[in-house]
Design a binder for this molecule. Structure first.
Ligand code: PLP
Length: 489
């Protein structure tokens, strides 16, 4: 039998689940396959080379009536699924934000799936209910946040932020839980403030919370793409004079396009003066706050009401795991708790269902616990520090080149830049073509944004497997293609 090949005839029994013996055999093969997958990562294309519909067309239109041999099913992973996978774990994945899983994170997911906890009440999962706050307190300490922040896990930052803004609305005591918002003449227009660089999840949150996009005020940024706190202050003052009611300010540490950092201290001053809830979106850069020399970016964050950070982005934890830290856990509970008869218990315990929209919760803290214990604080710091070093090295290459230019500062591990060969008139089109050529090659993945109206390439460094040679490979590719496309000598 070949490696990664299961014996024939692994069919479901007439009743019940797979036998323990089959599970063991299949499990070993699958772990073997995953180990090989990690090992051969660099031989795989970063972006799937499929075209839209390839996978759909290869799949039967309906499920089989009779159970199939698990060997056949598993061999289709290699044949059908893998070619359709974009390899986020590839060291040359530099698009969006480069994020990757870790082996222990995979084990955490395996065990969480095996335990299949629905952590709604303490009694439905003491393990999840009690491990989560401990692990999140470890992370809080690593991020140097004060003790009055309490963490809760959701799936994504979009959902964490939605919960934070819902809390901010509840804090205003407008009886929205009971009376809703529609048809109410007693409600002024509520306002949420963020910068024009803020992630689109804030727009989606105001849509979902019934505030409407007209409630969202996007404050202009300075030349470093940071929210202008003076303009924020003026916008709030003008809104209050016009009879509007400020609900929340969302500041960002590590914006999506450039990883710019809003001045939290100044923004917290504005919020404090006007008694406005402050939410900090550190979905990407929160992980970097474990690195002592980067913690200055969080100056003022201790004054926020809530902070979101995503260990699934830059803490080697498999998707999904987002953490919302809140000062007022009781307010979060007041916003969301609703206990149906069949969920009433007489234990004096934390029931995780009280802290969000979901009833059942996945046992996500297990994988983060594995990651934090396996790498340790120092191991995690060293890895993030290395990513920052590599991004700054890449930045240096750009600064030293006549054919490329930087388009934003590099506070963390993302570089925004473009090719600017002298003989090219339309640089936007040129850079877009450059990006498409690199992405189509399968050798690396870059994404883009628009900065001050120009097309900017984004190179993010964040893979657990990335080394200097991988960045050198992209740099050589960029130079070769630029030379070819622009006929630069
Ligand atoms: N906030 C910021 C700053 C982000 O960069 C992102 C995604 O990249 C998000 C929020 C949304 O993250 P998620 O996919 O966890 O909802």
């Amino acid at each position: 039998m070949q490696k990664n090949e299961l014996p024939k005839g692994m069919f479901a029994p007439d009743a019940g689940d797979m036998s323990a013996e089959d599970f063991r055999r299949a499990g070993h093969e699958i772990v073997d396959w995953i180990a090989d997958y990690f090992e051969r990562m660099e031989d795989l294309p970063v972006l799937s080379q499929n075209t839209p519909g390839d996978l759909t067309n290869a799949l039967p239109p309906a499920a089989p009536d009779a159970g199939e041999d698990f060997r056949e099913i598993f061999s289709d992973v290699e044949r059908l699924i893998l070619p359709a996978v974009t390899n986020w774990n590839h060291p040359n994945f530099h698009g969006l934000f480069s994020t990757s899983t870790s082996s222990v994170g995979v084990f955490g997911e395996m065990l969480a799936a095996a335990f299949d906890q629905k952590a709604m009440l303490w009694r439905t999962s003491p393990a999840s209910t009690e491990l989560e706050p401990v692990v999140l307190d470890w992370l809080r300490q690593m991020m140097n946040l004060p003790e009055d922040f309490h963490g809760i896990i959701y799936d994504t930052a979009s959902v964490s932020t939605l919960h934070a803004i819902a809390m901010a609305r509840e804090k205003l005591n407008l009886s929205v839980r009971e009376t809703g918002m529609s048809g109410r003449v007693d409600l002024p227009l509520l306002r949420v403030y963020c910068s024009e660089q803020t992630h689109s999840s804030i727009d989606k949150a105001v849509i979902l919370l019934g505030l409407g996009q007209k409630s969202l005020v996007k404050i202009p940024t300075n030349d470093r793409f940071e929210m202008d706190a003076e303009k924020l202050s003026r916008a709030i003052r003008d809104d209050i004079s016009a009879g509007f009611l400020p609900l929340c300010v969302v500041a960002t540490v590590g914006t999506t396009s450039t990883t710019s950092v809003d001045d939290i201290e100044k923004i917290a001053d504005v919020c404090q003066r006007n008694s406005i809830f402050l939410h900090v979106d550190a979905a990407y850069a929160g992980s970097a706050m474990i690195v002592p020399e980067l913690q200055f970016h969080f100056k003022g964050a201790s004054r926020a009401d809530s902070i979101v950070t995503n260990p699934h982005k830059w803490l080697f934890t498999p998707f999904d795991l987002s953490v919302l830290y809140v000062k007022d856990l009781d307010l979060l509970k007041k916003t969301f708790s609703l206990v149906a008869e069949y969920l009433k218990t007489n234990e004096t315990v934390t029931n995780q269902m009280d802290y969000g929209i979901q009833l059942g919760r996945r046992f996500r803290s297990l994988k983060l616990w594995f990651v934090m214990r396996y790498f340790g604080r120092e191991g995690l710091i060293n890895r993030i520090r290395e990513h920052v070093r590599l991004a700054n090295l890449f930045k240096l290459w750009i600064e030293e080149s006549a054919n490329f230019e930087l388009l934003a500062t590099v506070p963390f591990a993302l570089v925004c830049f473009r090719a600017c060969p002298r003989n090219v008139a339309d640089l936007d089109a040129f850079n877009e073509k450059l990006m498409n050529e690199i992405n189509a090659s399968g050798a690396a993945y870059l994404s883009h944004t628009k900065l001050n109206g120009v097309f900017a390439l984004r190179l993010s460094v964040g893979s657990l497997r990335v080394e200097e040679r991988h960045l050198r490979k992209v740099w050589d590719l960029l130079n070769d293609l630029t030379a070819k496309d622009a006929e630069v000598k």
